[in-house]
Write a protein of this length. Sequence first.
Length: 120
Amino acid sequence: MDEQPTVRVEPPAPPASPKRLYRPREDRLLLGVCVGLARYFDTDPVLLRAIFAVTTLLAGTGVVIYVVLALIMPNEDMLEADPRVAAQATVDEAADEIRRGIDRLADAVRGIFGKEKRGA
């Protein structure tokens, strides 16, 4: 009748993996910086896009900050890669995307000004 109560010891829970700041492959408009920041800070990417737009219009720094973040934030598929390889791939991809964006912008400007010249 003198039974000792059994004590159940639970093993410690494994430590939670730290949050990682990265640019995801899906849900991105340009380079995925706003979506990556939104996931990291648990907020809406539209809010961050609006902040970048406002800082670009008011001070012109939004574009610079966006490009710098695009260059330093790794892509989702590069998280497990060698950091040097991931860094070079991130820079290469960001540079290619920036070149494509500049080309699209230049085409749009040519289209706008090209139509005005013909109409005048």
